[in-house]
Design a protein around this ligand. Structure first.
Ligand code: C2O
Ligand code: CU
Length: 489
């Protein structure tokens, strides 16, 4: 094993070599989360640029919208226990990769350039092996120029269905994808990464939208019936205080993982705060015929209407509301009592804190990375005084920590900045144990957890072998230093 100091000195002594994960030995092989005999689905996926009327009908269309398979918010569904073999082709004029957010994939399919794969050049292909061991609501997006590409629309949704959920008998399932657009009045893209945004709360969209539409959708559902809302904040920046104008609503899953139903009326301010990448499944009981349930983002001064559910008479009788519980989550649970404790501070960068000097420019990886813009050249944020994303950056810092495969860890994450940071860990689903600000919420599973200014959040997980990044999902923060990685071996 190699210490951070040794890496520092070694890097300096070598003069030009950046930190390479190979300095720690070969990349750890992560275990397959499905048996070899699992049913396989072969899928083709491409990333392309298309033209989309984002500002609405009769307005100028937006060029260079980035979409998977030519479809904004492409949505895939597959049964639990299936393995997706995805043949991906990059038809964008830029480098990209695909990251399967929240899914316990093998490390080589995690899509993180340059940690788990080289960025895919225009015209290039990559085969992803995506086992689906857990039911739930996931999504996928690039992990290379994420701010630019996600900003221009490159996200897709992935729902993993557990056949055991059919017996719950929802009358309707409806997806709410929150994503704004940064456009000028002629429908042209504005710069996605701004220094002002990246160093504060992020650069917000100029146009709000739900499921791509600037007009909040109206959705019909059986009066007195049961609706399952599946909500995702797919935006690069925006944090939403999700709430419904009814007391008959309960959270039944967080980040796709089942929770003991949590009535929304019991939550502080009756809202659940969702940062970028967070998902929520909510069971809503519809009111009578012609009556509506309005769903809002209450975070803005004027609540923003996300969607209206409208009750239509289907002969259903009114019955008392009882939230439906999903089958228990299947992810490996941490042994919290024996977990090793680690502390992390989410901070502003004190200056140029990148640790390793850049790779020599003639190194092939350096060349690919320079061309790819997978990495930013500004540093505003750090985790435990280490920034990743700084100084044009081919500098991969050493891991935040080297963890042991199968061992449980308890991470305390303290946000000492003035802004919120939704922190995401790859390759794992963790248990959110506690928060110094949000009390009274029983522990739940998630892959992304919100940290508020001056809040300490504790999470625990059982480490799974691989090189996994840990970062803020406000994409400009991530691109300006708020990212680190763990080696689990
Ligand atoms: Cu959706 Cu590394 O993130
Ligand atoms: Cu952040």
């Amino acid at each position: 094993m190699i210490s951070r100091r040794a890496v520092l000195l070694g890097g300096a002594a070598a003069g030009a070599a950046g930190f390479a994960p190979s300095a720690l030995g070969g990349m750890p092989v992560s275990r397959d989360t499905l048996p070899k005999t699992a049913p396989v689905r072969h899928l083709t996926l491409s990333a392309t640029e298309i033209e989309v009327p984002l500002l609405g009908p009769d307005k100028p269309k937006t060029q260079h919208f980035c979409a998977y398979n030519g479809t904004p918010f492409l949505t895939w569904r597959a049964p639990l226990g299936t393995r997706l073999m995805v043949d991906f082709e990059n038809r964008l004029p830029d480098y990209t990769t695909v990251h399967w957010h929240g899914i316990r994939v093998p490390n080589v399919s995690d899509g993180v350039a340059p940690l788990t794969q080289a960025p895919i050049p225009p015209g290039g292909r990559f085969a992803y092996n995506v086992p689906l061991p857990d039911p739930g609501f996931y999504f996928f997006h690039p992990h290379c120029d994420e701010t630019g590409q996600v900003g221009r629309g490159l996200v897709a949704l992935l729902l993993v269905d557990d056949p055991a959920e059919a017996r719950l008998g929802f009358d309707l399932e409806h997806i709410i994808a929150v994503k704004d657009w940064r456009l000028d009045e002629n429908g042209r893209w504005l710069t996605m990464f701004t220094d002002e945004g990246a160093s504060t709360a992020g650069s917000f969209g100029t146009v709000r939208a739900t499921n791509g539409s600037v007009t909040p959708p109206r959705v019909e559902a059986p009066a007195h019936g049961d609706v399952r809302l599946r909500v995702i904040v797919a935006d690069s920046t925006r944090t939403v205080d999700f709430g419904c104008e009814t007391s008959d609503a309960a959270i039944i899953a967080v980040d796709g993982q089942a929770v003991t139903p949590l009535p929304m009326s019991k939550l502080p301010d009756e809202v659940w705060r969702m940062g970028p990448a967070m998902r929520l499944d909510v069971h809503v009981r519809m009111p009578g015929p012609g009556e509506e349930v309005k769903v809002y983002d209450y975070r803005t001064a004027e609540p923003y209407l996300l969607t209206t559910l409208v009750g239509v008479d289907k002969g259903r009788k009114k019955t008392p509301f009882k939230p439906k519980a999903l089958p228990d989550a299947k992810v490996p649970l941490p042994d919290v009592a024996r977990a090793k404790k680690l502390d992390f501070l989410v901070q502003t960068a004190a200056g140029a804190t990148a640790i390793a000097p850049p790779l020599p420019p003639d190194d092939p990886l350096a060349k690919a990375l320079i061309d790819s813009f997978c990495v930013g050249d500004k540093t505003f944020w750090a985790i435990n005084r280490t920034s990743w994303g700084a100084g044009a950056d081919l500098r991969l810092p050493p891991p935040l920590e080297i963890l042991k495969d199968g061992q449980s860890y308890r991470l305390s994450i303290t946000n000492v900045t003035k802004h919120v940071h939704p922190m995401h860990l790859h390759g794992h689903v963790f248990r959110v144990l506690s928060s110094t600000k949000k009390t009274g919420i029983p522990p739940y599973l998630a892959d992304t957890v919100m940290t508020e200014p001056n809040e300490t959040v504790e999470i625990a997980f059982r480490a799974n072998s691989g090189d996994w990044v840990f970062h803020c999902h406000i994409l400009e923060h991530m691109d300006s230093g708020l990212m680190g990685w763990f080696r689990v071996a």
